[in-house]
Structures are given as C-alpha cells and as structure tokens.
Design a protein around this ligand. Sequence first.
Ligand SMILES: [Zn+2]
Length: 245
Amino acid sequence: MHLRILGFNSPYPPPGGAGPGYLLEAGSSKILLECGSGVVSRLKTYCDFRRGELDAVVISHLHPDHFADLLVLRYAHHRNMLETGVAPLPVFAPAEPALERAVLEYKSLQVTTIEAGTSTNIEGFEFTFFATDHAIPCQAMRISHAGRTLFYTADTAYDQSLVEAARGADLLMAEASFLTRDKGANVPKHMTAAECGQMASAAGVRRLLLTHFWPEYDTADLLREAQEHFDGEIIVAANLLPVKV
Ligand SMILES: [Zn+2]
C-alpha cells in the first residue's frame, strides 16, 4: 500500500497548501484519511471522486482542520448520486463531539462510528483504532494490508499506550505539531518532532513520517529534532509526496 500526501499543515494551510489529507491506496482501493482545508482540490488529480473512485473517508477526530473539506466533498458526491445513482460515500468518524458529528449527517454521506479497541475492514484494509490523548475524542489507527502496517497517531500528546499500539509498524505517521522550543504548558495534547522521534524508537518502527505541522516552520528544524531520537529513515511530509508503506 502507499500514501499520497495531499496536505499536512495545521491548523491552517499556507498559500497553495492544504490541511491534513492522505490518500491511502492498494490495488484499486482508495481511502482518504482526513479531509482538511484544500484537500478536495488536490484529491481529484489522484482519485477522480466524480467518477466514483473514492471508496471511503476516515476521520480521526472532529476538529475542523481534519474534516473541513468533507463539508465540500459531500456536495460533489451528492452530484455523483444524482447523475449516476451511486450509493452515499462511506465515512468513518468518532461519535463526539455531537455538534460536529451532526454536521456530517447529510444525504450523500453514510457515516459509521469508529471506537477505540475495535477493528474493521475497509476496502481490504484492516483498521484497528486506539484512543489518543487529545482535547476531544480522537482515534489513532493501525492499518494493515498484505503484510504491511501503517500506524497513524492522529492528534495526540505523547502516550505510552500508542507506543505499544504502534510496535513494529513499517511506517509511523506521527503528528509533529511543535518544535520543543514552542511547546509550553499552554499547548498540550500534541507532540513535538522530538517526541515523534522518541515514539518511533520506543515502538521499534522501521520508518517515521512527520506531518501535521505549523506552516511557518522550517521543516529542516523538525527533521533535526526527530533525528536526535531516531536512527531510522525519517520522511518529512511535503506537497503531493508519494510514500510507500
Ligand atoms: Zn485536533
């Protein structure tokens, strides 16, 4: 399986950029992980959702930087339904917060709740969900396909239970919201690039992918911090970068 990084900045995209969005593919299956601002405009190059190529969307948590463009994608898919009679688009998301979840109840989306400790097969990918330490309910996910494993932290503070959940993954996609110098007591529930490196080492993963960072950061600084704690290969998210899992 492989990922296409459609967007990676948070909480807002820079000019020409996009919020979190990762197209996961294997064979003819295409699943979108997260759907931040600007993701839909990039998605169509790799997955013609107007022709029904998108199989499902998985949202880790209902902070707007992770699902804002789903509110646009639902219109595109509604048009598909009217023109071709296809079924509503499967969306997997947490049940809470109720206000945000209610926004997803729309005629072109078929929403299924994801819960920590459960597993489900989505288009041939085996997903297992784990609760993260974040401001609202959020699910990290271990995704397996054909003997390869991707672990995605979603949004979280450094958490030992996620280290165990990620153990031995081929690729750890970790949120690096901060550089250590900027992480004070008032900005909890996210990781630094250094903590991403620590998690990768502690979990014994093969490779680390840093994502979900402040658009004003110099990515060289993020890479340097992570390298101080992890000896394996480190990839820094970049626009439209393909990443093999
Ligand atoms: Zn969040």
